[in-house]
Design a protein around this ligand. Structure first.
Ligand SMILES: Nc1nc2c(c(=O)[nH]1)N[C@H]1C(S)=C(S)[C@@H](COP(=O)(O)OP(=O)(O)OC[C@H]3O[C@@H](n4cnc5c(N)ncnc54)[C@H](O)[C@@H]3O)O[C@H]1N2
Ligand code: MOO
Ligand SMILES: [Mg+2]
Length: 437
């Protein structure tokens, strides 16, 4: 007698998983390796940026009040009493009708309150002295980049849990973080199941296919910010499989398996969870693909039983495993960003379950257009390469037409969103409305 499984809603499944959120510890990594991590503490400016008033141009620093009378017809001359490049400081105070030749980035000398660009002066020599002539007046503050205009001391520039992109790396360097506090990456075990699976370097044999899921989830783990640990393929024998899962779980923060989770004769995972005494959070979700996705918990650690079908495995990971990885890393926006786009092609097949169609998001004439890619079957692998979104088509009795508004989940985005925002549904009417722009 085949077990009858009761599907739960996708959002309910995410909520159940998120009850077992663990926040990882913090570590310091060299700044060169910080890209792609998440900040382990608030980034607070411990000094003004720039730290001193500086010149934004190559030119001459002077006292603006000395320029008041300068005009095209009555130019004024200033004596150039020195020169400084960026990094040097002019030690003397600049006096009346004096100027200092100054390069971009150099500190404004004492007494000066304006900079005149090189292009606006005429340089000359008289009696062994360097002079400049200017033909217009300048106001106090003209061409000065003031201390703290970029950022003020004490400002919180990024909260803990912010994704470190190259711009964040620039900020970290600005504030002297040779080593950056970041969340430690969760170690995520991978076990592939199925006697039909060949290693990727093996030639094809009758009835067999190459194991693509293990390497797909390996890189999905990396994209989400985790550290994959591949334990290889399952044995064909139940007891050995059970021992393999138990041993692997001890070495990682959470464990993924692919395949063997449905109701077939060799689908060992349900029995393994039972023998382990694991608490099964759900074993059927009202979605396609990935309806068989099962998540169980043992002593606070999660076991993700992802489907063997490649598209189902992929979607199950992004919906349920990714947010757990992101919260482990201290991200405060752990789920995929959700946007509204215009459906780029008809999708006439109605489905009682919510559908997550692999799609490609493009920009057309100022609109976001979401177009399904490849064959929409759970067993398909060819649609995954071109997919940068999952198009969310809520279950119902009707299909969807080109031009309708739909929600899309961004696969490559790193910012993510908060759970509440993810769960927030635009009204069905609005989503189903045709785009007439
Ligand atoms: N009687 C029923 N049969 C099935 C049901 C059901 O409800 N009742 N559910 C179907 C659905 S939906 C899915 S999805 C699959 C899920 O199957 P499993 O998770 O148990 O996965 P397997 O049986 O091991 O394999 C399914 C399919 O995927 C291929 N596979 C497995 N591992 C890999 C891998 N590492 N790389 C590439 N491809 C892999 C495998 O060869 C199978 O073709 O069950 C349906 N059946
Ligand atoms: O779980 Mo299956 O992926 O619905 O097709
Ligand atoms: Mg199966």
């Amino acid at each position: 007698m085949v077990e009858h499984r009761k599907p739960i809603k996708v959002n309910e499944a995410i909520e159940r998983v998120m009850q077992y959120t663990i926040k990882g510890s913090l570590q310091r990594v060299p700044i060169e390796e910080s890209y792609g991590h998440f900040l382990g503490e608030d980034l607070v400016a411990d000094h003004h940026v720039p730290p001193f008033d500086r010149s934004p141009y190559d030119g001459f620093a002077l006292r603006s009040k000395d320029t008041n009378e300068a005009t095209r017809n009555a130019p004024l001359q200033f004596e150039v009493i020195g020169e400084i490049g960026a990094g040097s400081v002019f030690e003397r105070e600049v006096g009346e009708m004096q100027a200092v030749r100054i390069m971009t980035g150099a500190q404004i000398p004492k007494g000066c309150d304006a900079v005149v660009m090189l292009e606006l002066v005429q340089e000359m020599e008289r009696e062994g002295k360097s002079l400049i002539q200017i033909k217009r007046s300048f106001k106090t503050g003209d061409n000065i980049s003031f201390a703290g205009e970029d950022t003020k001391k004490g400002a919180v520039l990024a909260p803990k849990g912010t994704y470190i992109n190259p711009g964040m790396v620039a900020l970290l360097a600005t504030f002297g973080y040779k080593n950056v506090p970041v969340g430690t990456k969760p170690k995520i075990g991978i076990i592939a199941t199925g006697s039909e699976l060949l290693d990727i370097d093996e030639p094809l044999q009758p009835g067999k296919i190459r194991n693509s899921n293990a390497f797909m989830v390996y890189s999905q783990i990396q994209r989400a910010g985790g550290e994959p640990v591949y334990f290889g393929q399952f044995s064909d024998e139940f007891h050995t499989c059970y021992e393999q899962v138990k041993a692997a779980l001890e070495q990682v923060d959470l464990l993924l398996t692919t395949g063997g989770v449905s109701v077939g004769d060799y689908d060992y995972l349900p029995a393994i969870y039972e023998k382990m005494g694991a608490n099964v959070l759900f074993n059927k979700v009202g979605m396609r693909p990935g309806s068989v996705t099962t998540v169980a918990e043992k002593d606070g650690k999660l076991l993700f039983g992802l489907s063997g079908n490649p598209s189902a495995c992929y979607v199950g990971f992004e919906l349920f495993t990714r947010p757990i990885i992101r919260t482990f890393l201290h991200s405060y926006q752990p789920v995929m960003k959700k946007e509204v786009a215009v459906l780029g092609a008809d999708f006439s097949k109605p489905n009682p379950f919510d559908r997550f169609v692999r799609g490609h998001l493009s920009f057309e004439d100022g609109n976001l257009v979401a177009t399904p890619v490849g064959l929409d079957k759970s067993s398909v692998v060819s649609s995954l390469g071109a997919a940068n979104i999952l198009i969310l088509l809520p279950g119902g009795t009707r299909g969807y037409e080109r031009g309708m508004k739909v929600s899309v989940l961004l696969l490559e985005d790193q910012e993510g969103t908060k759970l509440e925002q993810f769960f927030h549904e635009a009204s069905t009417d609005k989503r189903r409305k045709r785009y007439d722009g």
